[in-house]
Design a protein around this ligand. Structure first.
Ligand SMILES: [Zn+2]
Length: 103
């Protein structure tokens, strides 16, 4: 996936562990997410296959939205509920590394 930022920068999303990308959980899904983890841990069976199935069910719930920060101007691009991008501009108009825990 590539996003053409309004500043001209090309935001690339073609691999994992990106410093300018994050996954967001809307507050309306926050407790559902933790309850799903609890259920996967507490209610899965004892076999390896049962545990794998519980993990797959958790991953299928798709409660996350994606967001990216432009590494040039700091604009954020966020998926809305229909997976269309909505953008928000940084006041500083520079890359702030807000999604990179190392900064
Ligand atoms: Zn930009």
């Amino acid at each position: 996936m590539k996003i053409k930022c309004t500043c001209g920068e090309l935001i690339r999303d073609q691999t994992d562990y990106l410093k300018h990308k994050a996954h967001l959980i809307p507050d309306i899904h926050w407790f559902d997410f933790w309850n799903a983890i609890d259920a996967a841990i507490e209610k899965s069976g004892t076999s390896k296959k049962d545990k794998e199935e519980a993990c797959m069910q958790l991953r299928k719930q798709n409660m996350f939205r994606r967001l990216w920060e432009c590494t040039n101007c700091g604009k954020l691009y966020i998926d809305n509920a229909n997976y269309n991008l909505v953008s928000y501009s940084s006041d500083s108009n520079k890359y702030n590394g807000v999604l990179d825990q190392k900064e």
